[in-house]
Design a binder for this molecule. Sequence first.
Ligand code: ZN
Length: 417
Amino acid sequence: MITADILIRNADLVATCAGPGPRGGGDQKNISAIARGSVAGSNGRIVFVGAASACEDAVTLAPGATVIDGRGRTVVPGFVDPHTHLVFAGDRRDELRRRLGGATYAQIAADGGGILRTVTDTRAASEADLVTAALPRLAEMLAFGTTTAEVKSGYGLELDAELRMLRAIRTLGSAQPIELTATFMGAHEVPAEYRGRRGEYAQAVIEEMIPAVAREQLAEWCDVFCEDGVFTPDESRAILEAGKRHGLKARIHADELGSSGGAGVAADVGAHSADHLIFVDEPHARRMRDAGVVATLLPAAAFFLKLGRFAPARMLIDQEVPVALATDINPGGGFTTSMPFVMALACFGMNMTLEEALVGATLNAAASIDRTDSIGSLEVGKQFDAVVVGGGLSDLIRVGGPVISHVVKRGRLEFTL
Ligand SMILES: [Zn+2]
């Protein structure tokens, strides 16, 4: 007999999304579902996944165990959000109003808005201010089923403020249930004091910031915004290679606003993930596939920025690139904390199937942050991170409804509707 301290019993469906991951091409739609299933855990790990009837024979409950009735419900892995900018100071919701009135991002930036406005506010904030501002965002994410998230720096754009952001991320990781992985993104934008001297700023990122971040072991990842007018492919490559020399794994903002060469840089440096990819083409998709790069797509950003188009998810899947999904939570165009909303946009904006979107939000998202050995699917031995949907699988993308009834992180019931 297996002893469990938590059990989700007799669910209508358990979508395990079992690995190995990531899943690309025709495999992306395989969610390894079990009808009438149960999931049991002990000490934060999964000890049983399978038919409810087999669970009754195999699993005994420890005194005081948590039991969730799965009847009429669906169980999926906890969502992994592999691209967020959820630590920042200030408030730019007025810019959303301006965009609704027809203003473009360029017009708003020219009036002192945009990312550099968040940089001014973030530089003025203490580490404690940043933590306090981010906690409600993380509480929202948890209620939407996110159990692990990547978080970037990149609103400091100077050494001390970047380190302060990364320390805030570290503090947040132990202050609430969602597990966080930190990304250093000093190359998010060129700060105003370096205007016209972009190359010098890139050198400061390489020679000053990356070594300091690595010395304090504040980040697992290094990211760069490779785009016309931000960082060139050569600068992006140099920054990501410098990060790798200091033990920071590579990820990249690529081809969001044009065909800027970011997907090629991702393949060149062996990035785990290339993100956005609205303008990626087939040859670059094949290079990503051959280099083992996950495509992390952020349709909510395209939606809120009114870009008028989404990343070519179907082409990427046809080219067997594993597709992951993320929210891109940020103060400008990232006005959602909801992975289910992102999944809905993946289905209705990018023509992914519900099953492909689910794998994109779980197993492939775990691959995007190099965590397939511990999270992203419901398998014995992995962390018990699970979401219970109050209905069928398709209820998950019933946007606006309170569809998530329970969220389990490391075997603890952390959210109940
Ligand atoms: Zn981003």
